[in-house]
Design a binder for this molecule. Structure first.
Ligand SMILES: Nc1ncnc2c1ncn2[C@@H]1O[C@H](COP(=O)(O)OP(=O)(O)OP(=O)(O)O)[C@@H](O)[C@H]1O
Ligand SMILES: [Mg+2]
Length: 490
C-alpha cells in the first residue's frame, strides 16, 4: 500500500509540472485530506530559493552536495559538472530522478524536481523555474530523521561542498552579463591566481602580521558571536601604483580559500542595487572595491574647510583623480550610489548576512577619501604598500631568478635604499628578456634601471630646487603652479 502510494505521488509530481496551476490546485486541495489518512509518509522539501529569490538556500546546496556524493552510484540519470581545479567531474542527480538512501537501517527517498512559477506574467523573475529536493520517509521514523538524519545530511553536505568547491571570481561588470546570467547579478569565472604571501615582496614583519590577522579572523566565529559583532573585517590597502595591492587580494583569497567578488561600483545603478549585490554574496569571500577614490565621488562630499591639503596639492590630486575617474567611468552607466549607501553596504544591517567576509578597498590616494569611509571599525586594518625595499627585492630575486645571494646584492641594497622603485618595476627588470638571460644579466639590468631612476630623481630634484625656479622665471619657461603647467613669460 505504502509503496503504491509513494509511486502514485511520484507520478503525480511529474504530471503536475505539465498541468495548469488551477487544475493541480483543485486536485490537490480535495485529495490532500483524504490522502492524509492513508498516506503514511512524511515529505520535506528543500527549495533552491526561499522568499524573493534573494539568496540560494544553504540547505538546498548542502542536500545537493550530499546527494551527489552519496547517491551518484545508485541514480540512473545524472548531471555532470566540472569540479575543483577543473580536473574531476562532479555528478549530481538529474531532474525528476529518485534515489534511495539508508541511515541507521531507515530507508528514505529523495526526488529532485522543479516547478514553474505559478503566476504567469511577462515579468522575468515570475517566469523562472523553482528547483527543489523532496525527502520522503515513513512517519514512524519522524524522530530519527528530523533529529539526526537531517543534521547528518547538512554536516556532510557542507563538508563536501567545501572540499569540492571551485573557488570563484565574481564580477558585476555589465560586460560580463550574458542573457543567461540574468538570474543573478553576479557573473563568475573560476578563480585561479597564483599569488601567495610567500611570493609577495613586502617586509617580513608586515607579512607575518597580515597573515596572522587573516588567519585569526577566519577562526573567530565564536568570538564575533560573543562580542555581538558581524563576522566581517574591512581592509584598506593603499599605496602607489604597482606596489602589490591587487596581488595582495589574490594572496589573501588563496590563503583563506575564499571566493572573490570584484565589485565595480560605477556599474551599480543605485544603493538598492548595491544592497542586492551584497545579499547575493556568499560567506567565505572577499568583496573588493578597487580604486575606491575613482569609483565614486566620495572624496569631496564631506570636505571641510581647512583641509590638510594645501591648494596646489589638492588641485594636483584632483586633476589626477579626475583623470583616473574619467578613464574608469568610460562606458559606465552613471552610478547613483552615494557615500551613505556605501557605508550601509559595509556595516549596515544587511552586511551581517552570511558572515565570514572580508571587505577590501584599494586606493592610491588614501588622503583623498572621506574619513567616515575608512575609520577603524569600518576599515579595521589599514595596510600601506610602498616602494620596494631590499627585503622585498630578495623575495622577488628568489621568485624570478631562484637566487638567494649574489655578489651584486650589495650594490642593489645601496641603490634600492636611495631610490623609489615599485616592486612591479623591480619584477619587470628581473624578468629574463630572452632565454639567453641568466641571473647575472637580469641583476645587472636591475642595477641599470636603479641607476637611471636615481639620475632622474636627482635631475627632478635639481629642477625643482628654488634656485632653479628663479632661473626659469628669468628665462621664460614652464613651471608647475597649483598643479598645472603654466608658461611664464620673461
Ligand atoms: N609587493 C609585491 N610583491 C610581488 N609582486 C609584486 C608586488 N607589487 C607588485 N608586484 C608585481 O607587479 C604587478 C602589478 O602589481 P599590482 O597590480 O598588485 O599593483 P597595484 O598596487 O594593485 O597597482 P594599482 O594601484 O595600479 O592597481 C603584479 O603583477 C606583480 O607581479
Ligand atoms: Mg591594483
Amino acid at each position: 500500500m505504502g509503496s503504491t502510494l509513494a509511486s502514485f505521488m511520484f507520478v503525480w509530481a511529474i504530471i503536475r509540472q505539465y498541468c495548469p496551476y488551477e487544475v493541480t490546485r483543485f486536485v490537490e486541495k480535495y485529495t490532500h485530506n483524504i490522502m492524509g489518512y492513508f498516506y503514511p509518509y512524511i515529505r520535506i522539501s528543500f527549495h533552491e530559493f526561499l522568499g524573493d529569490r534573494l539568496k540560494r538556500s544553504d540547505a538546498y546546496a548542502a542536500v545537493e552536495a550530499y546527494l551527489s556524493a552519496n547517491t551518484s552510484k545508485s541514480a540512473k540519470r545524472l548531471k555532470a559538472e566540472m569540479g575543483k581545479d577543473s580536473t574531476n567531474l562532479v555528478l549530481t542527480m538529474d531532474e525528476y530522478e529518485r534515489v534511495t538512501d539508508e541511515y541507521k537501517g531507515v530507508k528514505v527517498w529523495w526526488v529532485c524536481s522543479k516547478v514553474m512559477s505559478q503566476t504567469r506574467s511577462m515579468s522575468y523573475y515570475q517566469e523562472q523555474e523553482k528547483r527543489f529536493y523532496k525527502l520522503s520517509f515513513h512517519k514512524r521514523y519522524r524522530d530519527i530523521i528530523t533529529g539526526s538524519y537531517l543534521k547528518h545530511v547538512m554536516r556532510e553536505g557542507k563538508e563536501i561542498r567545501l572540499r569540492n568547491r571551485q573557488r570563484k571570481l565574481y564580477t558585476n561588470s555589465p560586460g560580463y552579463k550574458w542573457p543567461s546570467y540574468k538570474q543573478t547579478m553576479w557573473s563568475h569565472i573560476v578563480f585561479e591566481h597564483p599569488a601567495t604571501f610567500e611570493t609577495m615582496a613586502i617586509e617580513p614583519e608586515k607579512k607575518r602580521e597580515i597573515i596572522e590577522d587573516l588567519v585569526t579572523f577566519s577562526k573567530s566565529k565564536e568570538f564575533y558571536a560573543r562580542i555581538g559583532k558581524a563576522w566581517k573585517r574591512g581592509y584598506l590597502l593603499h599605496g602607489p601604483p604597482g606596489t602589490g595591492k591587487s596581488t595582495m587580494i589574490a594572496a589573501m583569497a588563496n590563503l583563506l580559500a575564499y571566493d572573490v567578488y570584484d565589485l565595480e561600483l560605477t556599474a551599480v545603478k543605485d544603493n538598492t542595487e548595491l544592497r542586492k549585490l551584497l545579499i547575493e554574496t556568499t560567506s567565505k569571500s572577499i568583496i573588493v572595491i578597487e580604486d575606491i577614490d575613482c569609483s565614486l565621488d566620495l572624496t569631496g562630499q564631506r570636505k571641510k574647510k581647512g583641509d590638510k591639503f594645501s591648494d596646489d596639492e589638492s588641485d594636483k590630486l584632483n586633476s589626477e583623480v579626475g583623470l583616473r575617474k574619467e578613464m574608469k567611468e568610460e562606458g559606465s552607466s552613471g552610478s547613483k550610489v552615494t557615500l551613505s549607501g556605501l557605508l550601509n553596504f559595509i556595516d549596515g544591517i544587511w552586511s551581517a548576512c552570511g558572515g565570514e567576509r572580508l571587505i577590501v578597498f584599494t586606493t592610491n590616494y588614501v588622503e583623498k577619501l572621506d574619513p567616515a569611509l575608512i575609520r577603524r571599525g569600518r576599515m579595521d586594518k589599514h595596510v600601506e604598500l610602498s616602494y620596494c625595499t631590499f627585503e622585498g627585492f630578495k623575495v622577488l630575486a628568489n621568485n624570478y631568478l631562484k637566487v638567494e645571494t649574489h655578489s651584486m646584492f650589495d650594490t642593489i641594497k645601496r641603490l634600492i635604499s636611495e631610490v623609489k622603485i615599485t616592486p612591479a618595476d623591480v619584477a619587470e627588470n628581473l624578468m629574463p628578456k630572452s632565454h639567453m638571460d641568466d641571473a647575472d644579466k637580469c641583476l645587472s639590468n636591475l642595477i641599470e634601471a636603479l641607476e637611471a631612476t636615481k639620475d632622474e630623481e636627482l635631475l627632478s630634484l635639481k629642477q625643482n630646487s628654488p634656485i632653479n625656479q628663479d632661473e626659469k622665471l628669468k628665462h621664460g619657461s614652464h613651471i608647475k603652479e597649483n598643479g598645472c603647467v603654466k608658461e611664464i613669460l620673461a
